[in-house]
Design a binder for this molecule. Structure first.
Ligand code: SAM
Length: 232
């Protein structure tokens, strides 16, 4: 059979190994070489990560759980999970990202870094079984028709729960995107897909998961709906 070439995925891989890596590595750090928009996105993303960690801390048993961090980027969630004693399998489609995430983890965790594994892989090719599967701000790279499949893949690897976030498709954000107010600057080099919250919840439901906790973060240039769902 003819292999299906996934244009979106090729573009995303190329972007996050080159310009996208440079851009996001700066945003996901405390470097001052960011403009006001990038700083706003950094703050918004930081709030999303903090909200995930607040849920995990409220449960108080991170060290007993195994986590998959799919699309881990530079490790913004992987590292604090590791610092809480969790075992984390971190992966990303971009080798530049996993290399950076592994280096940052080594600095932050020292010899405890061995609890964390890194793999360069798209999430469709992952396997394994984890208590919690996290996938933060990755869905923006998935077109609507691939979203359900993606959610089902993440759910299939979770014995207990999934924690996912996405840019919500509402009339307001759609209008902002159309006027170029959303995803300004070089991030335009990848397409950005918004998702209807009802559609994501339906995808979770058909994978046998029920939403337990939700959060929303919105700054000027960053918007992210965060959902935690557990096996029904
Ligand atoms: N989850 C990280 C965080 O919140 O810090 C990174 C978010 S960043 C906006 C999106 C990441 O998703 C990039 O590192 C990109 O390489 C990765 N990515 C995009 N499509 C992917 C796919 N199909 N499989 C795995 N990773 C993917």
């Amino acid at each position: 059979s003819t292999p299906v070439v996934d244009k979106d995925k090729e573009e995303v891989t190329e972007y996050f190994n080159n310009n996208g890596f440079e851009r996001w590595n700066k945003i996901y750090s405390d470097s001052d070489e960011v403009n006001a928009v990038q700083k706003d996105i950094r703050d918004g993303h930081g709030q999303t990560v903090d909200k995930v960690l607040a849920w995990i801390d409220a449960d108080g048993d991170a060290a007993k759980r195994t986590f998959c961090d799919a699309g881990c980027g530079v490790g913004s969630l992987t590292i604090p999970l590791g610092m809480r004693g969790a075992k984390v399998a971190a992966s990303d489609i971009s080798k530049a990202m996993t290399t950076e995430a592994a280096a940052r983890t080594k600095v932050a965790l020292g010899s405890d870094a061995k609890r964390i594994t890194f793999q360069t892989s798209d999430l469709e090719s992952l396997s394994g079984s984890y208590d919690t599967v996290c996938c933060i701000d990755v869905m923006i790279h998935y077109p609507t028709d691939k979203m359900t499949e993606m959610v089902s893949k993440l759910c299939s690897m979770a014995t207990n729960r999934v924690i996912i976030s996405f840019a919500p498709d509402t009339w307001y954000y759609t209008a902002l995107k159309a006027f170029g107010g959303l995803f300004p600057g070089p991030s335009k080099t990848t397409r950005a897909y918004l998702h209807k919250e009802e559609a994501v919840i339906a995808a979770l439901k058909s994978a046998g998961f029920e939403v337990q906790r939700t959060q929303f973060t919105g700054t000027n240039f960053y918007f992210s709906r965060l959902l935690e769902a557990t096996r029904a």
